[in-house]
Design a binder for this molecule. Structure first.
Ligand code: S3P
Length: 165
């Protein structure tokens, strides 16, 4: 086991599944958003509000590069937008085994109902429409960066983690 990265849209379960996979494999777990927050001394919503999305994307690319370079063995939960930049997709493919946790829009929308307020990209009049648009835009990028695809519309966290392993 070397570096495993979970990719996929917001609320697809990357962090929850990733943490369990890491525990089962007894390897370190890193959540890319938490890593960025710790480095910046700000939460993700604060980074978006004060520095803007573009600056966040630069921080995300830097963090991904650091982990790909410095950690020999890790389970990494990426942020939903980590596949936007082609260079990030190249880095993910070169340095990690990647698993795309693929969720249908309905699954994502029902999960996001609880915590859309924490997601800077969903602060619009119509978050559901925004989810559908972003998902459509990103689908091929997730597929392009994926070594494996796991559908996550059904099954418990335990079952999905086992399947990933
Ligand atoms: C984002 C997803 C978030 C976080 C940021 C941007 C995105 O991570 O990185 O709000 O562009 O989809 P999660 O996928 O962990 O929610």
């Amino acid at each position: 086991m070397q570096r495993l990265a979970l990719i996929g849209f917001m609320a697809s379960g990357k962090s929850t599944v990733g943490e369990l996979v890491a525990a089962k494999l007894d390897v370190p777990f890193v959540d890319l958003d938490r890593y960025i927050e710790a480095r910046a001394g700000m939460t993700i919503p604060e980074i978006f509000a004060t520095l803007g999305e573009q600056r966040f994307r630069v921080m995300e690319t830097e963090a991904l590069g650091d982990i790909g370079r410095d950690m020999k063995c890790v389970v990494l939960a990426t942020g939903g937008g980590a596949v936007i930049h082609p260079s990030n997709r190249d880095l993910l493919k070169a340095s990690f085994t990647t698993v795309y946790l693929r969720a249908a829009p309905e699954t994502i929308l029902s999960r996001l109902k609880q915590d859309a307020a924490q997601r800077p990209l969903l602060q619009t009049d119509n978050p559901a429409q925004r989810v559908r648009t972003l998902l459509k835009q990103r689908q091929t990028w997730y597929e392009d960066a994926a070594s494996w695809i796991v559908d996550v519309d059904h099954g418990t966290v335990e079952e999905i983690a086992q399947f990933v392993i």
